[in-house]
Design a protein. Structure first.
Length: 305
């Protein structure tokens, strides 16, 4: 279990970069980074298949299609949604919203299993709503007139990313814990190929063919971030998350996503070279307290209490 937890935390640290890198690659846009990131993910997956150990063998067609879809729709859709949200609303809102995933999965599980009384979830859900609401209200109040539409679009984009993350988490964990679970290395490679294929549809929206102007330093920065996000933030992170999904129950694996929220906030504030505002700090604390309380409620001791 310890290995699973460590792999999950390492994955969250790598995925936390998603909340800051889109703003570090200017003048290149989000689609440029998406193509580069998932193109590298796919290339790495195909190159590794030179070794038979990485080739998808004996994987049922249904699972192979699931892996390709998780890479193409889950990864690419999630990254684009969150990347645009970060550019529109900054460092605080996207990780806070994505950080509600453990509770959403717990609620889904409770609809299915009825493991705890719904009134027990009232307080943690209230804390989470209050935390996110506090941050949102503070941002709206500080937003110049006429910019509210961008904030609304950013929040909507984050919610789309959250929905895709929940679907990805449920589908990947179900596959890894099924009796016919595929090999982790082969499963990661299939997702990489799916992500590469899925990113191709975004080529018309990249900077290709535009009058983009960049310096040598800006190009080098874009290449370095693309390598980091493609090889570490995609291939390695997927492999680590599959290890965590295989070794940990869904309820525990989902709880680790709170770490992605923390890493995302830390990276965001470091990038902006500032401390969080009172609303951002207070909202984060309320939300983390709500998630922590919900997690405690869903443990065996919490249910008995």
């Amino acid at each position: 279990m310890l290995i699973g937890v460590l792999c999950g935390l390492a994955t969250c640290a790598l995925w936390g970069l998603t909340f800051v890198v889109p703003r570090a690659i200017a003048p290149f846009n989000t689609m440029d980074l998406t193509i580069a990131r998932y193109g590298l993910f796919a290339v790495a997956s195909v190159v590794l298949m030179v070794n038979p150990r990485f080739r998808p063998r004996n994987i049922k067609p249904r699972l192979a299609v699931t892996a390709l879809l998780l890479g193409g729709v889950g990864y690419v859709g999630y990254f684009v949604s969150v990347a645009y949200a970060v550019r529109l609303v900054g460092a605080a809102i996207p990780p806070l919203v994505i950080g509600t995933m453990p509770v959403i999965l717990a609620i889904i599980a409770n609809f299915r299993d009825r493991s705890v009384a719904w009134q027990m979830l009232a307080l943690p859900l209230l804390l989470i709503a209050a935390g996110i609401g506090w941050v949102n209200v503070s941002i709206f109040s500080a937003t110049p007139s006429g910019d509210e539409a961008a904030i609304i679009l950013g929040i909507g984009s984050t919610l789309i990313g959250l929905a895709l993350w929940v679907i990805y988490g449920l589908a990947s964990t179900a596959a890894m814990q099924s009796p016919e679970a595929p090999d982790i290395l082969q499963w990661t490679g299939l997702q990489g190929i799916g992500a590469g294929i899925g990113s191709l549809v975004l080529i018309p929206f990249t900077s290709i063919g535009t009058d983009i102007v960049f310096t040598g330093a800006e190009l080098l920065r874009f290449i370095l971030w693309s390598l980091i996000m493609g090889l570490a933030g995609a291939w390695l992170a997927t492999l680590l998350w599959m290890i965590a999904s295989k070794r940990l129950p869904l309820a525990l694996a989902a709880q680790l996503i709170v770490a992605e929220t923390i890493f995302g906030l830390i990276f965001g504030f470091l990038f902006e070279q500032r401390l969080p505002t009172l609303a951002e700090a207070g909202g984060s604390i309320l939300q983390l307290a709500g998630v922590g309380l919900a997690i405690a409620i869903f443990t065996p001791n919490g249910r008995r209490a």
